[in-house]
Design a protein around this ligand. Sequence first.
Ligand SMILES: Nc1ncnc2c1ncn2[C@@H]1O[C@H](COP(=O)(O)OP(=O)(O)O)[C@@H](O)[C@H]1O
Ligand SMILES: [Mg+2]
Length: 238
Amino acid sequence: MTDVAKFGISRLDELLGGGLDRYTENLIIGRSGIGKTILAAHWAAEGARNDETVVYLSTTMNKKNCKAYLGRFPFMEDVYDKIKWRFIRVDPKFVLPLTREKIVEGLRATFGMDGKDIDRVVFDSCTDLELALADPVLYRRALTYMSDLSYDYEITSLWIEEAPMQGDWSSTKNIVDSVIFLNLLRTQEGYQRAMRILKKYRTRVPLEWIPYEITDEGVVIKDGYIVKRSYDYEYKRG
Ligand SMILES: Nc1ncnc2c1ncn2[C@@H]1O[C@H](COP(=O)(O)OP(=O)(O)O)[C@@H](O)[C@H]1O
Ligand SMILES: [Mg+2]
């Protein structure tokens, strides 16, 4: 197994310093329809292609529409059936009152296999857990339990979170090793999908927005960068 967990999207992997670091928690955040699920699916497929054991937890899809949606992308060819898809519904009655045992047992039952045998997990999306717990402190605690578990089992995790249309983001971004923010930017030409690596421990990442498109091939990174046109400060040489 390589020391990083790649997406299989070469420019993105390069910008991330090779890929996501093993045995860490990572987050993709963005609004609905921006491309979080497709990007996470690339990462899951890449793991399966390298004969890793990959579990994809989905709170929104079911067996049928997931295959119809993600199964048709070329990057899923030959690997769709190697991924352990788990379709779950997060109900408050299963998680409340919140205890570490509940989270550990819940995940164990959902995985349906020994955590030690798992290499990559996608949790799409954590927002359903957040809604079920309905409390930022409890939510953060649940994520900490999950992150302890991935560490014990030596799993690399990719969590997905819906960015709120307005208001504050959850604190997930503060406890993970890396954050990729997917967004829609307005440029001269109109709207452009773009991603920014908000943070990545141990790697120097670009601060600019990286434009991408979603096509029949999945997420395709475009050349160049996007920077904001207006600014408040100017640097002057000494
Ligand atoms: N084959 C395709 N060609 C172009 N765009 C696509 C294709 N498949 C999906 N999309 C676009 O991808 C977006 C949904 O991506 P998805 O990863 O499911 O979003 P989310 O961030 O909600 O998880 C939609 O806006 C849709 O228009
Ligand atoms: Mg999605």
